[in-house]
Design a protein around this ligand. Sequence first.
Ligand SMILES: [Zn+2]
Length: 206
Amino acid sequence: MPNSSDTPWWIVRHSSIHQRGVFARRDIPKETRIIQYVGEKITKAESERRGNELAAKAAKTGGAAVYIFTLNKKHDLDGSKSFNTARLINHSCEPNCEAFISRGQIWIYAKRDIQANEELSFNYGFGLDTWEDHPCRCGSPRCIGYILDEQYWPKLRRILKAREAKQQRIAELEARAQLLQKELDEMTPAPKKAAKKTRKAAAKKK
Ligand SMILES: [Zn+2]
């Protein structure tokens, strides 16, 4: 298998998906180990602390990049450091790369043959609990709209479908309510006339 440290397969360029991206410098054969995802090895507790910090930041600013990778049951890898070029690889719903953990290291592999100048991408594998925080703009025809591990796609489709059905039902009820209100308005005497009569009646008494 070709080694990425001898021959860099990649190059960083401007990306139409999101700011910068990593591109194939030349043709990359399927299953090539392209680049290592490096970072700081941290405990799950520290990972949770950093994750919460990111979530708080995202709530304030409307977005925060997540670079924390699950390594094993005890440790995660924080890849937010600038020396980790692999952090610039964008997510795609139809990726040409895949992230693999082998012997405590995370590597980005070619999922298929990749042509020179293609943008490299992999599925970030995010969980279902935060899907709404991470809209996807990968532009792939099979984009599901959110950055999400593919194993949760069927579940998300059900959630989105239920949400759409609810929205439609609300719209229907609102339209019906408007019709009923109109009918009610037509049946009820205008309030102004009623008010005048009362005033006249009161004046006669005086
Ligand atoms: Zn997408």
